[in-house]
Ligand binder design. Structure first.
Ligand SMILES: [Zn+2]
Ligand SMILES: [Zn+2]
Length: 136
């Protein structure tokens, strides 16, 4: 896949980023914090190593969403962009929905599936974990 296809950015275009290499994982998160931060029933994330991620344009706003994690978003339009655990600074997660070609990032598992909204009907057959995935 050509490198330019792995870029992404917020709704207003002020903040842009690039991912190099393949993501380590792609998953749906059904947790209530992602739901609220994303304003959506479920949020898809692509996990990438920090060394394979770069901001291209603009500076996101940082919000400490819990004692252990930070979320980055566009301060102008509000698009959620990045999630990062304090304990694992070597990796971060990017919202698949803000990638220029989200169709190329196919989720391979559901995490926090126990928290999913009951009216969200899913027919895929990828693994579903009640909490985080075993491989993290
Ligand atoms: Zn924006
Ligand atoms: Zn979540």
């Amino acid at each position: 896949m050509a490198e330019q296809l792995r870029e992404g950015g917020c709704l207003c275009g002020a903040v842009r980023y690039r991912i190099t290499g393949a993501p380590m994982g792609v998953e749906y998160c059904h947790c209530s914090m992602c739901r609220r931060a994303g304003g959506a029933p479920v949020v898809a994330w692509a996990d990438v190593s920090a060394g394979n991620f770069a901001w291209l344009q603009g500076t996101p706003v940082s919000f400490r969403s819990s004692r252990e994690a930070t979320r980055l978003f566009c301060g102008r339009c509000g698009s959620p962009l990045v999630f990062q655990w304090d304990a694992t600074p070597e990796k971060l997660s990017v919202t698949v929905g803000t990638l220029d070609r989200p169709e190329d990032f196919v989720p391979r598992q559901h995490i926090y599936h126990a928290d999913r909204l009951p009216w969200l009907l899913l027919s895929d057959d990828v693994p579903r974990y009640d909490q985080d995935a075993p491989e993290g």
